[in-house]
Ligand binder design. Structure first.
Ligand SMILES: [Zn+2]
Length: 459
């Protein structure tokens, strides 16, 4: 083993030495680190790295320096995560989103990026929870391209979470053993944002002139309606896309995703008093029921044709024939052919003219499928090579979940999109992070960005 590697391992270990407080002034560390101790045995991660690095020494000296620089920032990464998790960005919380934007973009601007904000596009009003007239966040584009016409990396992050800003689940809580923490958005994707900014700072510190743009939107969890066009425009100006969604439970990198869309079936009837004029009425709810039975026959999960329906709404009272009803649903598809099949089947429910009962189908298949294409596979293999150089493993996976990577790749940008941190419980009050993944995934991201900036993915 080279001397540089021994140093790397020692530093990586020290980053995790039960995460001790480095501030000698602290009797009790405000973020819960243990008091300093004199001698600590190597922890499990350090041993794992010791076991793996021997056989795969593939990092250059400069890359080892990048990894060391990041390992030395383990405490800062966690402190930054505490700050971001404690800043509430769910539910279109303007204050939290704008504060987060300021925190992140000011650091990117300090690295020389030019920050512009792209105005939001409106979203369809028929969407569930589509409140017209509310706060619509802009999309921040922080561009630090170095002039080269190749190796241009677009890093895509979202500042929003699914968590209600009024809920009690509003800060990062570190476990007793210090290995994990719970918090809203800690993996999806505050952890990803934290490591990406730190990775770019570490590259700068190590003298690597990387070629990047960082896009930050705040509506990913609600379908990216406000920012999709901004992302598509950026996709065309770059060569590689890296999105900061959390890794899969085993640390896997997602290389293939289904597409997704939304629909709403709206039915129209004629209202009437149930006791006095029942036969004059035409029930929109009954008509909706017929449509729901039809939709229930549409899925073909073997082929990846998926439709889910609910919630439903119809009729304000029980003693009046309802003249209006609605059902919202979600679809998933592995490719455009199946997407088109679903669209045709849903559209066939529409009635024409003013006949009652009437049916109108609204739909928006806003997340195109993201099949595995050769350019994305090549990019994923580049990421795996970096991971292995760091003594990490990077298996590949596919998922029915969707993200902004779907949009970027359809716009022509080969994209891998689970380069964020590891953890689980996404979109639940049990969302948790593996704390050591902050350093590990930051190292992976930084070295990958450096390699892509330097020459693309020919290897
Ligand atoms: Zn996410």
């Amino acid at each position: 083993m080279s001397k540089a590697h021994t140093t790397l391992i020692a530093l990586t270990e020290s980053a995790y030495l039960g995460r001790e407080c480095k501030n000698l002034q602290h009797k009790t560390c405000p973020i819960g680190f243990k008091p300093r101790s004199k001698k600590i045995p190597p922890n499990a991660l350090g041993r794992a790295i010791l076991g793996l690095v021997d056989s795969r020494v593939t990092l250059t000296q400069q890359e080892q320096l990048i990894a060391q620089t990041i390992a030395s920032k383990a405490d800062a990464l966690l402190e930054d995560l505490i700050l971001h998790v404690g800043t509430k960005t769910g539910g279109f919380n303007e204050q939290g989103i704008e504060h987060t934007r300021e925190l992140l973009t000011s650091r990117l601007v300090a690295l020389g990026a030019k920050h512009t904000q792209v105005d939001p596009d409106p979203k369809p009003e028929w969407l569930l929870g589509g409140k017209p007239g509310g706060y619509m966040p802009t999309t921040s584009i922080c561009e630090r391209l170095n002039g080269a016409r190749s190796g241009r990396v677009l890093i895509a992050g979202h500042m929003d979470t699914v968590h209600d800003p009024a809920s009690d689940f509003n800060k990062l809580t570190i476990s007793d053993d210090g290995k994990t923490a719970l918090g809203p958005g800690c993996v999806d994707m505050k952890g990803g944002l934290v490591i990406a900014v730190a990775a770019l700072e570490a590259l700068e510190e190590c003298g690597v002139s990387a070629n990047w743009t960082f896009s930050l939107n705040a509506d990913e969890e609600t379908g990216t309606y406000h920012s999709a066009q901004a992302l598509r425009d950026q996709a065309k100006l770059h060569d590689f896309g890296l999105a900061l969604e959390p890794a899969m439970p085993g640390g896997e990198l997602v290389v293939e995703r289904m597409g997704a869309g939304q629909f709403m079936i709206e039915t129209f009837g004629k209202s009437a008093h149930v006791g006095r004029a029942f036969t004059d009425g035409i029930s929109a709810v009954t008509k909706l029921g017929e449509c729901l039975v039809a939709v229930g026959g549409m899925p073909d999960p073997q082929r990846g044709r998926i439709l889910n329906i609910g919630p439903l709404k119809g009729g304000p009272v029980t003693n009046g024939v309802p003249d209006h009803a609605q059902a919202w649903g979600n679809v998933r598809f592995p490719d455009q052919t199946i997407a088109d099949e679903i669209a045709t089947m849903l559209d066939a429910l529409n009635t024409s003219g003013d006949t009652l009962p009437g049916v109108k189908v609204h739909r928006s298949f806003n997340r195109p499928a993201k099949p595995l294409i050769p350019a994305t596979e090549s990019l994923a293999l580049q990421a795996r090579a970096v991971a292995e150089g760091l003594g990490q493993k990077l298996p590949f996976a596919k998922t029915g979940g969707v993200c902004d990577g779907n949009i970027l790749q359809q716009a022509g940008l080969p994209t891998i999109d689970t380069l964020g941190v590891r953890g689980g419980g996404l979109h639940t009050p049990d969302e948790w992070i593996e704390i050591p993944s902050l350093v590990e995934r930051c190292q992976l991201l930084a070295i990958l960005i450096a390699r892509l900036s330097a020459g693309g993915s020919e290897s």
